[in-house]
Design a protein around this ligand. Structure first.
Ligand code: WQD
Length: 334
């Protein structure tokens, strides 16, 4: 089976590429390196000892996209080519809707033209907004997103739902990621946010390595066990394996939605403690005001993915911390 990965050089795309290649799938990657670089491709090849087709262009370029479908017999598409910085999306809403929503439409139109109807979409727990209760099941209410990034995910989910209603021979799988962290155990691929990171784990890594001075813990007065925000952190390799399981599910038509999380919630201070224990590095932190738009608690009920895909997260918080740290150390050495 040949799988097209748009944004396949990015953080989650590259880890999924590795898992697919290792499992014997053929892959084609499209990436414009807007949030990644060429070295990632070599790293994927080094880890897997396998080769793949690569095209460098913006996935919204319809002509070039069509050429990929003409040159390759694509069986399924996984779309990782989304912009994902929450804060930036507030500053640049048009860019976010254009890239994420229009891009998805162009991709789906092209798939339709070439008769390819298996599609996996990278969605996010952000579509649940401020959840009424935790753990969050796939039936929990969606909506109430507070930024264009989150709204773009919700809009694409709606488009996919309508597409499936119009033609139920599509095989569509929506994967709602919780908080992906960690890196491949080789230390060759991982997360490389540009500039000062917004997300917790990359920020912690940079404080531990001395690149940033101190972590601001955004609020310690939430209604959580220690007052700091609680999230469902999931190792990126587990998440990638989830995509492979979803691909196996797409052998019959349907519209499927799965939460990909561990089902466990950890606070900001839990993460700091576990990071220190796993790596032996000190993480300096201070308590700061709450960050706008943050919610107190968000974690998944992942039981549907377990029951239907036979998937569950295996890697624990220490693995996530150690692998995040290992990646940055390896990068510094190279
Ligand atoms: C986690 C916790 C912060 C930074 C976001 C997106 C979501 C998904 C993942 C994907 C919160 C606290 C953070 C810091 C802190 N997007 N924190 N100090 O907000 O759960 O989810 O990323 O691409 O759609 O909304 O993740 O890592 O930013 O924050 O105290 O410097 O850490 O308040 O409780 P979040 P996060």
């Amino acid at each position: 089976m040949k799988v097209l990965l748009t944004g396949g050089a990015g953080y989650i795309g590259s880890h999924t590429a590795v898992e697919l290649l290792n499992a014997g799938y053929e892959i084609v990657i499209i990436d414009d390196f807007s949030n990644s670089n060429e070295n990632v491709l070599n790293a994927i090849k080094k880890i897997t000892n396998k080769d793949f087709e690569f095209y460098k262009f913006d996935y919204k370029d319809r002509e070039k996209l069509e050429k990929v479908f003409e040159e390759n017999k694509i069986d399924a598409v996984i779309n990782f080519a989304g912009f994902k910085a929450v804060g930036e999306s507030v500053q640049k809403p048009l860019e976010y809707y254009y890239n994420n929503v229009t891009g998805a439409i162009i991709l789906l139109q092209t798939m339709k033209k070439y008769g390819v109807k298996r599609f996996i979409f990278s969605s996010s727990a952000t579509v649940y907004g401020n959840p009424e209760k935790v753990p969050i099941t796939e039936e929990s209410k969606t909506g109430g997103t507070t930024n264009p990034y989150g709204t773009s995910k919700l809009q694409i989910e709606q488009i996919l739902t309508d597409l499936y209603k119009s033609d139920n021979t599509w095989n569509i799988c929506i994967l709602r990621y919780f908080n992906p962290v960690g890196a491949h155990s080789s230390g060759l691929i991982g997360e490389e946010p540009q500039g000062i990171p917004n997300n917790l784990m990359p920020y912690i890594v940079r404080v531990a390595s001395g690149e940033l001075e101190i972590l601001s813990v955004f609020g310690n007065d939430y209604d959580t066990p220690d007052g700091t925000g609680v999230r469902d952190y999931i190792h990126v390799v587990d998440l990638s394996i989830g995509h492979m399981k979803a691909l196996q599910k797409l052998d019959r038509s349907g519209l499927y939605i799965y939460n990909l999380g561990t089902g466990k919630g950890y606070s900001v201070l839990d993460i700091v403690r576990n990071f220190e224990e796993a790596t032996g590095q000190k993480v300096k932190y201070k308590i700061a005001p709450r960050r706008d738009g943050d919610i107190a608690t968000c974690y998944a009920d992942p039981s549907k993915a377990k029951a239907e895909l036979g998937w569950e997260a295996k890697r624990d918080l220490k693995d996530m911390c150690r692998d995040s740290w290992n990646y940055i150390q390896k990068k510094k050495e190279s």
